[in-house]
Design a protein around this ligand. Structure first.
Ligand code: SF4
Length: 697
């Protein structure tokens, strides 16, 4: 292996890659050739594979509109112009001081991202609570995995993506994947499922669309959008009716089963068929495959999580997994396919409104005392819980809401629900400061833009979907004029006179993170950079340097007070916004292979832009005929929140009552102009996956 070993900048699979290019500047090595990407075969997640996004990732280092100088508006209506770092930081700190003095510390908000390294996520959370003393911090991961996190927390006492190494999937006898499309979102993951199928295992996909993943499945259940709880309860009903429940396991390792049994009894097959549209023989086959396997997995992803009932939807699938005795059985279990690159670590170390490092709760006195001691402040000085991501964005510039926002590594103008309204709220702020390495749609609205180093230009750690902590290594020197996020946070903290240490060295910040996480659920205290390098990553929890890490956390007991996993009874309620005569179709949103999240990075990579140049609306041929729509023709999609226009893509891979739009693009085809803002009561996840729309040619 030559070059610098590191990991992909994008999704949570965190495929291993090497970057050839040495220590030269601006993504161009000394020999003038561009940085070259090669897949690593020593990383189990990808074993020598990469998707198109990974193969082309080095082009991010040389995008033409890379930000290399701070930008500032002299007045509200003036254009963004280059300025010095001192001017940009002074303006930021002066604004914070003025607004805090007038309105209190919660006048300033912080918004982070699931792509930030653990070190940055940790330091950003500390910065909000110690330097700004604001409770108003959350991050875009709230839009990603928060429902699975909440459901896992209440069932298992812990939230960690997969129940074991991803390679465990290959030995599984059956995998039920609800609401995930890894064939497009993380293609190398499919190799593990292919290995499973080669060994005789079965892949069952639950998705309203016949996606690229569903086409590779042995069984595809195609429920109506928003009906997963009914489906999962119906599957559980069949498990019970056919005597397939793991009674000994349920008695020995779980609690709360009787209440769930009572609920499941009411989901008789013809009722479930009527709600979901999934035929009974398919449900029976799914149950037969899952219950008949020695090892099996139930996995969920965004399709079952991004709902106003997202936490309950995941709980319904966890109940099914528990009834079959899967969680805690070697080589089996329930897991969530985390989406963003550090979606897992980003939610463990304090970016969330209600959390402190180590997955501690911010309203737990013992947690506050521990973290405050590490930070060198009094526990009472730490603010309490703040607003969740959408609630925070929708409060900006309102009389009771924040007047300023500092935003790192996120592009909510494209990725947040009801995006036009979010854009309006950002525009109502007295001060918007955006740290990014490209002029994203959100950065273009800012009063101050701080140009950052990116991915291959800095080091740190990422925690992948397995819960394995990995090293991201610097391969090239950042362009002159940019700073790392840690340098920016340290400079702001220094100007604000914040107490404690604000190191710019990722290794030193990680050392502090280890101390802050010690004793917490996500305990990283035994993980060191040296161990990660020597062992190819370390699984948390890892409470001491002589602890081996925890690849499979539930084998002996669950980290709940009584050591048992908890069944949680959940009922189907349907989407927050159902179809009606005015808006008769369901819209569901998602991703395509060649783009990533808001597209701020991937839309700038030529090969990816060529492969997926713009938005589209997927609709069934029968619907297209009824509306008089031809393939490729522009159609207008309207919801109660707005309208978007994009080219029709006619396909029988989607249900007749549903249309699909990917959400990666800005402009008039922005899918999130349409999406609703109903929030899950537990996870505060917005309902991205279903809303009512109408279509016209
Ligand atoms: Fe990168 Fe994810 Fe593609 Fe792997 S699957 S190369 S981590 S985007």
């Amino acid at each position: 292996m030559t070059g610098t070993p590191t990991h992909c900048p994008y999704c949570a699979l965190q495929c291993g890659m090497t970057l050839d290019g040495g220590a030269a500047a601006s993504g161009v090595p000394a020999d003038g050739a561009p940085v070259r990407v090669a897949p690593r075969d020593d990383v189990p997640a990808n074993r020598g594979g990469l998707c198109q996004k990974g193969w082309t990732a080095a082009e991010l280092l040389t995008v033409p509109d890379r930000l290399t100088a701070p930008l500032m508006r002299r007045t509200r209506d003036a254009p963004l112009e280059p300025c010095t770092w001192d001017d940009a930081l002074d303006r930021t700190v002066a604004g914070i001081g003025r607004l805090t003095a007038a309105h209190g510390p919660d006048a300033v908000a912080v918004f982070g991202g699931g792509g930030l390294t653990n070190e940055k996520a940790y330091q950003l959370g500390k910065f909000a609570r110690v330097a700004l003393r604001t409770s108003q911090i959350d991050y875009n991961g709230r839009f990603c995995m928060s429902s699975a996190a909440a459901a896992s927390g209440r069932a298992f006492g812990m939230d960690r993506g997969l129940p074991g190494p991803v390679t465990d999937l290959a030995a599984s006898g059956a995998v039920l994947l609800a609401g995930g499309n890894p064939a497009e979102t993380m293609p190398p993951f499919m190799r593990h499922l292919a290995d499973m199928r080669d060994g005789g295992g079965a892949l069952i996909v639950v998705d309203p669309r016949r996606t690229a993943t569903a086409r590779q499945a042995d069984l595809h259940l195609q429920p109506a959008a928003g009906t997963d709880i009914a489906l999962a309860n119906g599957l559980l009903h069949l498990v019970l009716a056919e005597g397939l429940a793991a009674e000994d396991y349920i008695a020995a390792r779980t609690s709360g089963f009787d209440a769930v049994r009572t609920v499941a009894n009411a989901y008789w097959p013809d009722r479930v068929e009527r709600i979901t549209g999934v035929p009974l023989p398919q449900m029976r086959e799914a149950v037969r495959l899952l219950a008949g396997a020695d090892r099996a997995h139930v996995l969920t992803a965004r399709g079952s999580e991004q709902h106003a009932q997202g936490t309950d939807m995941v709980s319904a699938f966890i109940n099914l997994a528990l009834a079959l005795g899967l969680p805690g059985r070697p080589g089996s279990g329930y897991g969530c396919l985390t989406g963003q690159g550090n979606g897992q670590g980003g939610r463990e170390h304090g970016q969330k409104a209600d959390q402190l490092p180590g997955y501690r709760k911010i309203d737990d006195p013992a947690a506050r005392a521990h973290v405050a001691a590490v930070w060198g402040v009094e526990p009472d000085a730490l603010p309490g819980p703040g607003r969740s991501a959408y609630e925070l964005l929708s409060a900006l510039g309102t009389p009771d809401g924040p007047k300023a926002m500092l935003l790192f590594g996120s592009n909510p103008v494209v990725s947040a629900p009801r995006a036009a309204s979010v854009e309006e709220r950002l525009g109502a702020l007295d001060l918007l400061v955006v740290a990014d390495f490209v002029p994203s749609e959100t950065a273009r609205l800012a009063d101050v833009v701080l140009p950052t180093a990116q991915w291959a230009e800095e080091s740190g750690t990422m925690t992948n979907l397995e819960g394995r902590v990995l090293r991201r290594r610097r391969a090239v020197r950042p362009p002159d004029g940019v700073r790392t996020d840690l340098e920016i946070i340290a400079a702001l903290a220094g100007r604000l006179g914040a107490p404690g240490e604000w190191s710019t060295d990722p290794g030193r910040v990680f050392g502090e993170l280890r101390r802050a996480s010690a004793g917490g659920i996500a305990d990283y205290s035994g993980i060191t950079y040296a161990r990660i390098e020597a062992e190819g990553g370390v699984f948390w929890p890892c409470p001491s340097e002589d602890h081996p890490g925890t690849p499979r956390p539930y084998l002996d007991r669950f980290p709940t007070p009584d050591g048992r996993a908890r069944f949680v009874p959940v009922e189907h309620r349907g989407a927050a916004e159902d179809v009606d005569a005015e808006y008769p179709l369901y819209l569901t949103t998602g991703r395509v292979l060649a783009q990533y999240q808001s597209g701020a990075q991937t839309r700038r990579v030529r090969a990816l832009a060529d492969a997926a140049p713009g938005p589209f609306v997927e609709l069934h041929p029968d619907l297209a005929e009824r509306l008089g729509v031809e393939d490729g023709q522009d159609v207008k999609v309207e919801s109660r929140r707005g309208a978007a226009t994009a080219a029709a893509r006619v396909t029988d891979a989607i249900r007749r009552d549903t249309v699909f739009m990917p959400f990666h693009w800005a402009g008039e085809g922005r899918a999130n102009l349409l999406t609703g803002t109903a929030l899950d009561p537990v996870s505060r996840m917005p309902e991205f996956k279903v809303c009512a729309v109408r279509i016209s040619a």
